[in-house]
Write a protein that binds this ligand. Structure first.
Ligand SMILES: [Zn+2]
Length: 492
């Protein structure tokens, strides 16, 4: 057999185990795994002394997002170039409807942001911001290839907030259609009360940006996760908690999964490597993101959750703002554009603090950064693992050699980094996307606009809609809502 590309002599991480050997690529796909593959006529990439791992899926990014009175500074061009340097080969963004817009228009808008700019493959979660109006559009979006939806329990002022009625109703539809609902879980009313309480000139002068973490105690997230889990349990609709940041959240998820609730949790790498002591810094306001960074005990609990399984995915919630944009806060923490750059450092941070510091094995890292996100977001087996027939999306990383995080040498448009000066291993020496070399010798060489939209037919852990339906039937009337359904069927 002949190949277009042969990656030779690397330590290759596959679902069947890790082996030293070659990967043969034909066109866009992995077509052989083995030792001493035929290299006649092939472009040979030497991977000896390196790990060859599946390309990373960052399933939580916001590129060119209008937010907090400005627009996030990384667009599809800079954002996906940044991702590629960190071995990211797929991004999933959030398409958010405009003030009167439909779900379909939101998808069109985000398609336009990505087309002609994205270096890597992409798709979007569809945000439901006005349930009464959008609920009739959900099925159409699934038919169009979007199987994951998102609701925010906060952001009333942005016009994005969903109440319990919306959460409950959307989860019912997820159960019916086999989709999955992603939820930003923070308790908005309590949060509003705490912010109002401290939003005085005296307090702001005294505490500055430290008021950001002070007004978002752990129970703000825990109560909202608990409530969303309740609606998932009642309806049987698949729920995915985005950017979980608290130990309390991990406890709730673990308990819910133990009861068979179809809930999955994601954390972001910043919640694994930073804590809220950064707000003591003079430039602490730069670190404001939402949810904000928590305590060292939360950091430890999230790592534990990754090892034990209740935390399934690591993403970034990339939402880049420059120093100038962050300066809009002018001493008022409620006006800080919330978010941080992240795509470029996701894998280096996870590899350095996770694998090299003994918290995760290399294989576990690949599960959390590639295989699980691909499976959960309906992109497996096309994405997410090194196996025959999959897209040749790969990252080749040196086990030890490090680069210093320095915004001036990075692809992101951010002129700062939360990790500036950190020595990180795990930047991608070579990144391939569908067989194309897009990063070579740590530099982006791929052409912008080559990335493709990825249509999907399933989501969550239940596979296809048909499998999901079979699973629901076999589960029977376990939850309160299913019991009500059963009673109604009996009564009719
Ligand atoms: Zn987000």
């Amino acid at each position: 057999m002949s190949f277009d590309v042969v990656i030779r002599g690397g330590s290759v991480v596959t679902p069947a185990g890790t082996f030293i050997g070659d990967i043969g690529i034909k066109g866009e796909k992995i077509s052989a795994l083995g030792e001493d593959l035929d290299t006649t006529g092939a472009n040979i990439i030497d991977a000896s002394g390196h790990h060859v791992i599946p390309g990373v899926l960052d399933v939580h990014v916001h590129l060119e997002l209008p937010f907090c009175g400005t627009v996030s500074a990384d667009d599809y061009r800079s954002g996906t170039r940044a991702g590629a340097r960190g071995g990211v080969t797929t991004v999933i963004d959030f398409a958010i409807p405009s003030a009167n817009g439909s779900l379909s228009e939101a998808a069109d808008t985000w398609m336009q942001k990505a087309e002609g700019k994205s270096l890597i493959d992409y798709t979007f979660h569809i945000c439901i911001t006005r349930y009464n109006e959008h609920k009739a559009q959900i099925k159409g979006m699934i038919d169009r290839g979007f199987t994951t939806f998102k609701e925010f329990m906060i952001y009333e002022s942005e016009g994005w907030q969903s109440d319990d009625r919306a959460l409950f109703g959307t989860l019912e539809k997820m159960r019916e259609y086999g989709g999955m609902l992603l939820v930003h879980a923070e308790s908005s009313r309590v949060l509003d009360e705490l912010i109002a309480r401290y939003h005085t000139p005296e307090m702001m002068k005294k505490y500055g940006a430290r008021l950001h973490p002070m007004t978002r105690p752990n129970f703000v997230e825990a109560e909202a996760i608990q409530r969303a889990v309740q609606w998932s349990e009642a309806t049987g609709g698949q729920l995915y908690i985005v950017h979980m940041s608290t130990g309390e959240g991990a406890d709730i998820i673990r308990a819910a999964q133990g009861r068979g609730v179809p809930v999955i949790a994601e954390t972001c790498v910043q919640y694994l490597v930073l804590d809220d002591s950064v707000f003591e810094r003079e430039d602490g306001h730069l670190f404001a993101c939402c949810p904000q960074l928590k305590k060292p005990k939360d950091v430890d609990r999230l790592w534990q959750g990754l090892r034990r399984g209740e935390v399934s995915v690591i993403s970034t919630d990339t939402c880049t703002f420059t120093r100038e944009q962050k300066a809009m806060w002018n001493g008022d923490w409620t006006k800080i554009p919330m978010g941080m750059p992240g795509l470029e450092t996701l894998m280096p941070l996870t590899y350095t603090t996770g694998v090299l510091q003994g918290r995760l094995t290399l294989e576990e890292m690949c599960t959390k950064l590639s295989t699980n996100p691909a499976k959960i977001m309906g992109l497996y087996p096309r994405k997410g693992a090194i196996q025959i027939g999959a897209d040749a999306d790969l990252a080749i990383i040196h086990p030890q050699s490090t680069l210093t995080v320095s915004p001036s040498t990075m692809e992101t448009n951010a002129d700062w980094s939360p990790f500036e000066g950190w020595q990180l291993a795990g930047f991608s020496r070579t990144t391939l996307s569908r067989g194309d070399v897009i990063v070579d010798n740590y530099k982006v060489v791929g052409k912008e606009g080559r990335g493709r939209w990825l249509p999907r037919t399933s989501a969550g852990l239940e596979g296809s809609a048909a499998e999901a339906k079979a699973a629901r039937v076999s589960r029977g009337p376990l939850s309160p809502m299913r019991a009500i359904d059963a009673e109604l069927v009996q009564a009719s």
